[in-house]
Design a protein around this ligand. Structure first.
Ligand SMILES: C[S@@+](CC[C@H](N)C(=O)[O-])C[C@H]1O[C@@H](n2cnc3c(N)ncnc32)[C@H](O)[C@@H]1O
Length: 250
């Protein structure tokens, strides 16, 4: 079984609080759910970092029959199983950043994820996303990713914390192109969310399993200073990219 890496283990602990705090992430899924179209219902689909199943549910509702749900954290998979109660999906504990075994290679027509790729480590320029070797020729890579300037307010409130290093839409586009993909769709949507104070912003991030860098920093003075209503920005990218090569399935 794949073991979660230390930086993803927080998600395992937050499997039960993720849904109630991941409001921007869930609204991003609402935004993109109507965009899955013109894909054969018999396509072999792999979802990476599926978490509690919010994106999985959309695909199953549309009637896709060959769906593999994966996540590196078993606790997330357990929550998804109990929420979806579906016998149409296969579950796998899978680390999205690891090279695949030979029997996995070129098995899928579609690989998809939401709110996952922002955690991707640096990959070699020759193989940008290792999971793309799982896709058949002309297969689709479909993702919804938080991008810059998400949570940029933190740079003003607590410059000592760099919450995340978000990429821009252009940077993601270049990474997919470097992996030999052509971009079929690229859209962005920005929203702001209101919180009663900084503490509630921090709590909501923490409850989704994400961790803020600079753990040694004492946050109390900042929490005291920003004890009033605040807005935070989330910006999401919808990207659909096709692997080069001709379609093997109709
Ligand atoms: C922010 S949650 C998103 C969950 C779900 N896709 C959604 O949009 O609601 C990120 C998920 O990615 C999983 N994850 C983190 N690192 C991963 C990795 N290396 N491989 C696979 N899944 C990973 C976490 O366990 C967590 O379930």
């Amino acid at each position: 079984m794949t073991k979660p890496s230390p930086e993803t283990v927080c998600f395992n602990k937050k499997a039960r609080t993720y849904d109630s705090s991941a409001i921007p992430q869930k609204e991003a899924i609402d935004w993109v759910q109507g965009r899955i179209s013109r894909i054969d219902l018999s396509a072999q689909i792999l979802e990476l970092g599926a978490g509690t199943g919010n994106w999985t549910r959309i695909w199953l509702k549309k009637g896709f029959k060959n769906y593999t749900v994966s996540d590196v954290n078993p606790a997330m998979i357990e929550v998804s199983k109990s929420k979806l109660q579906s016998n149409r999906v296969e579950y796998q504990v899978l680390d999205a950043w690891k090279e695949n075994s030979e029997d996995e290679v070129q098995k899928y027509d579609v690989i998809t994820s939401t709110n996952l790729l922002q955690w991707a480590p640096y990959f070699s320029p020759k193989k940008v996303f290792p999971f793309h070797s799982n896709l058949r020729s002309a297969g689709l890579s479909i993702h919804c990713i938080p991008i810059a300037p998400t949570l940029y307010e933190f740079y003003e409130w607590i410059p000592e914390i760099q919450p995340f290093s978000w990429k821009t839409a252009d940077e993601w586009k270049s990474l997919f192109e470097a992996d030999g993909f052509s971009i079929l769709d690229l859209e962005q949507k920005k929203n702001t969310y209101k919180y009663v104070n900084l503490q509630s912003v921090l709590r909501s991030i923490h409850n989704t399993g994400a961790t803020l860098k600079n753990k040694t920093l004492n946050l109390r003075p900042f929490i005291k200073k920003f004890n009033h209503p605040l807005h935070v920005t989330w910006n999401f990218l919808w990207i659909v990219a096709r692997k080069s090569g001709s379609f093997e399935r109709s």
